[in-house]
Design a protein around this ligand. Structure first.
Ligand code: PHE
Length: 354
């Protein structure tokens, strides 16, 4: 029968078209072409009129079977295409979780910051407050309120950067002592440390810089004695340079303390025998200090009969140089990452014992 011939050709062609459809849109076109209202399968019905009544039902069933067969092929092709698409997507978006991650460049704390924070931690633990002052300071607080009147020869020790006659870059953190005392209206106790930058006209060489850091300490209360100063500094020396350090006080002179002392720490490297770090003396000079001069107390409104105190000033630059074996103070201020990066290793290892 000619209709059968046509039907099987149509089926063959449909199968070819379905398999050649490589995406959902192409498959949809094939579907319309064969199964749509005006599609080829519907077109087969035009032969009905040429058939006898007996033949018609069988022919109708054959056409329906063909429609169903094509429909089934299309559905399975749809599944194949959907799978292919999913696989392609998975392939394209594949993440190799075994690849090494990108290194995030983490900074390290500046050695001076590390040293200052270490000292702050110690004193915060002892109940001190941290107070900050001004880098541009009045002559009054930098000198006069510290018992250094205008004509005082000791001003020469701290030759300075003046901004006007009465303002300068502070030459030490001691003005924070004077300012804080003044604010307390003659009422103790006062227990503060004051970290910050200071400036002096100085030759820039391996051990001198026109800008460096200091930490000031001040305690004013009733009945503060030199032994309190000594005990506090001993604690500080051991915190910074190791538990078996000793300290030594040598007479010195500062206009704002009386008596005044220079404080040495027994050498952490040779333990006192003599080496290059301590210049063969067994001792390393680390800070200046003394008992607060009664004039300083009185000028700030404190009754020097009732109150006494001690003060000290140390240089984190020098401490950090000693602790980390840094030979040139200028390394702290030139921001060379090759220098700074070394402290990342110190951080990774945790705080070192000297
Ligand atoms: N301000 C002194 C200096 O810079 C150090 C110091 C502070 C000394 C406090 C005694 C008391 O040299």
């Amino acid at each position: 029968m000619v209709q059968n011939e046509e039907m099987s050709q149509l089926k063959q062609q449909a199968l070819v078209d379905i398999n050649e459809a490589h995406d959902a849109q192409a498959l949809q076109n094939v579907k319309v072409k064969y199964l749509g209202k005006k599609g080829s399968v519907s077109g087969l019905m035009k032969h009905m009129k040429d058939l006898s009544n007996e033949e018609k039902p069988a022919y109708g069933q054959q056409v329906n079977a063909l429609r169903q067969a094509i429909q089934d092929e299309i559905v399975s092709r749809e599944e194949v295409l959907a799978n292919e698409q999913l696989e392609a997507q998975l392939r394209d978006e594949k993440i190799d979780v075994t690849l090494p991650s990108r290194q995030i460049a983490l900074g390290a704390k500046h050695p001076l910051t590390r040293t200052i924070e270490e000292i702050e931690d110690l004193f915060l633990g002892l109940g001190y407050e941290i107070v900050e002052g001004y880098e541009v300071e009045q002559d009054h607080y930098n000198f006069e309120a510290l018992n250094l009147p205008k004509s005082h020869p000791a001003r020469d020790m701290q030759d300075s950067f003046y901004i006007t006659e009465e303002t300068l870059m502070r030459t030490h953190t001691s003005p924070v002592q004077a300012r804080t005392l003044e604010q307390r209206n003659g009422q103790g106790p006062v227990k503060i440390i004051c970290p910050g930058k200071v400036y002096r006209r100085d030759s820039d060489d391996a051990t001198h810089s026109h800008q460096f850091t200091q930490i000031e300490g001040l305690v004013v209360a009733e009945d503060i004695k030199m032994s309190d100063l000594k005990g506090t500094l001993e604690l500080l020396a051991r915190e910074l340079f190791g538990a078996d350090r000793e300290i030594r006080l040598r007479p010195s002179y500062f206009p704002f303390t009386e008596p005044s002392v220079e404080v040495d720490v027994s050498c952490f490297k040779c333990k006192g025998k003599g080496c290059n770090v301590c210049k063969q003396t067994g001792w390393i000079e680390v800070l200046g200090s003394g008992m607060v001069h009664p004039n300083v107390l009185e000028m700030a409104g404190f009754d020097s009969q009732r109150y006494s105190g001690f003060a000290f000033g140390l240089g984190p630059d020098r401490i950090a140089m000693l602790k980390y074996g840094i030979e040139d103070i200028r390394h702290f201020y030139t921001s060379d990452v090759r220098f700074l990066e070394q402290f990342k290793a110190v951080e990774d290892r945790g705080e070192e014992e000297c």
